[in-house]
Design a protein around this ligand. Structure first.
Ligand code: ATP
Ligand code: MG
Length: 368
């Protein structure tokens, strides 16, 4: 799968742009604030129908413009296809292969992307919630049934939270608590089973990438952590349920006292270890970046296994903080599928592919 051509009109700082891309590596170079991230944002927006950084889609319209238009020619599903989106204040028109579509769902699958942006580094360092969200989004892309299970789990969890909060005013609510716990245990076990498989696959692939990336200097290990009574998240679903139930029961009193849902996979997390040191605590800037990019490369491979096509990789501002060897890995050794790499240094080159130099929303230079 690859983007053959992209045309933008009045999107962010692009008044009008038309670029033809290499099916392999595309290096987007330019000084700060010239439109490099905006370009990746446009490609990502075409693939998933939302921006990874805009709060409102009106931010995407070029200042003073009434409408923005994004148009891409894409090779996917063994043929050439087109995607077109017209954005106006409060409205969005969508077209696939020239035909108007009502919802983004009807465009899904034409273009898939995996994005690395500098904010992903914070996710590896900060609290568990961000990491869970990142993993959940990746699993949802791979397994539509997971999406439904997660939504159900969150619904039950919210209802249980309300019971715990309102129980003093309405003690009768406590009678239904066991029923909610049982439903949480059932759906929770399913969620743990999905996550265990996802993290095992992701960890194995990321380990290989991280090893190449660091020139064999660091050994990457990913560990999925769920409730303490589950020693083996690959156990049969019945065992997982029993172990979850056990954890819930041992925390029943604490939950009533704190009026919070304290146990279950909504507290899950994962850790990355490099040569047995926890990345969160001991990782250097370059190590965190290397691990984050390795995880994205692994996620892209998992998607390829599942969908049969290699998603387009969007790497925003990846090179900073990386030493020469690691920069070479990004620029020259990601050989599968199409890759977009933005960087501030205009002297960077890749051994193959195409290079674009961008200045104030215009392409200054294009090199094969
Ligand atoms: P950096 O190297 O600092 O990350 P960049 O090349 O990635 O820079 P972008 O984030 O793509 O820069 O943004 C470039 C410019 O786009 C910003 O200076 C911003 O003011 C401008 N911009 C953002 N939104 C709009 C908009 N809706 N209309 C016009 N210009 C915009
Ligand atoms: Mg940028």
């Amino acid at each position: 799968m690859n983007v053959i051509e992209l045309q933008l009109q009045n999107f962010r700082n692009y008044a009008g742009l038309s670029l033809q891309f290499d099916p392999g590596v595309n290096l987007i170079a330019g000084e700060n604030a010239q439109g490099k991230t905006n370009l990746l944002e446009a490609i990502s927006y075409l693939s998933c129908g939302r921006s990874f950084r805009a709060q409102r889609s009106s931010e995407l319209l070029r200042f003073g413009a009434e409408a923005a238009e994004l148009h891409a020619r894409v090779y996917s599903q063994e043929r050439e296809q087109t995607l077109r989106m017209v954005l106006t204040q409060g409205r969005r028109l969508l077209y696939r292969n020239g035909a108007k579509k009502r919802s983004f769902g009807e465009l899904a699958g034409v273009l898939s992307t995996v994005l690395f942006c500098p904010e992903d580094l914070l996710i590896l360092k900060a609290g568990a919630a961000g990491r869970r969200r990142m993993a959940d989004m990746a699993i949802c892309q791979l397994r539509p049934n997971y999406d439904a299970a997660l939504a159900e789990y969150n619904r039950i969890l919210e209802q249980k939270s309300r019971i715990l909060k309102d129980k003093e005013e309405n003690p009768a609510l406590l009678e239904v608590l066991p029923e909610f716990n049982e439903r949480l245990v059932t759906v929770g076990a399913t969620i743990i089973a999905y996550r265990a498989r996802f993290f095992a696959g992701l960890g194995e692939l990321a380990q290989g990438y991280h090893c190449q990336f660091s020139g064999g200097k660091e050994e990457f290990r990913l560990q999925y952590r769920t409730v303490s009574t589950v020693p083996n998240p690959f156990a049969p679903i019945g065992t997982l349920r029993e172990q979850l139930r056990e954890h819930l029961e041992s925390h029943a009193r604490a939950e009533l006292e704190s009026m919070q849902c304290l146990t279950g996979p909504h507290k899950d997390d994962f850790s990355v270890f490099l040569s047995d040191l926890d990345l969160k605590t001991y990782g250097s800037q370059g190590q965190i970046r290397t691990a984050a990019i390795s995880l994205k490369l692994a996620q892209r491979d998992l998607q390829q296994r599942e969908l049969g096509e290699m998603p387009v990789l969007l790497l925003d501002d990846v090179l900073s903080e990386l030493d020469a060897g690691r920069q070479d890995f990004v620029l020259n050794q990601i050989t599968a599928g199409q890759v977009f790499i933005t960087c501030c240094k205009t002297d960077k080159i890749t051994k193959s592919g195409r290079k674009f130099e961008i200045s104030a929303g215009n392409v200054l230079l294009e090199q094969e």
